[in-house]
Design a protein around this ligand. Sequence first.
Ligand code: GDP
Length: 194
Amino acid sequence: MKVNKAEIVISAVSQQQYPNDQLPEIALAGRSNVGKSSFINKLINRKNLARTSSKPGKTQTLNFYLINELFYFVDVPGYGYAKVSKKEREKWGKMMEEYFSTRENLKVTALIVDIRHKPSEDDVMMYNFLKHLELPVLVIATKLDKIPKNRKGTHLKRVIDTLEMDPEDTLIPFSSETSEGKEDVWHYIDQIVK
Ligand code: GDP
């Protein structure tokens, strides 16, 4: 897909604010600093439409980006920030629950993990949360450029094993630096939104 138009439509804090045009949605989740904003920006060829790293203390919102007037990327606030207060974490949890457990337009969630590292406990929790809701997940193992080519298989296997990935879910290695995996991701998205 060639992206001609990408615009932020709403930063929502509650259900009443979600768009109601019934377009398909692809959610994007990952721990803070994993490379989620870089992933979105690379996919849509923008330098910084998606703001990088939502820092703790800032308002946590679900950001709906309308792409080619065809579908939405829904950027979910990053998790796993050690400094976030208990109250903020609870608010985050409530917002996630509200979106993921009720949203019929949600087609798939792209869970972004760092290919260099074993998925964290928070990554595993996020994956299990989505599977508990019986939602399909597209796992993106990003920062592929940071590992030697001959380690790729080993690192991908560690992601699959640690998340105990459902065989029906897809795993795509990716790099925002080299654009590796970008075509595979678009191919996957094309199937979903057409
Ligand atoms: P976010 O907090 O998940 O949105 O993470 P960012 O997109 O802001 O990325 C965090 C840091 O990782 C930034 O310094 C990025 O430049 C870097 N980064 C993100 N993706 C990649 C990648 O694929 N390769 C490399 N080498 N660095 C990346």
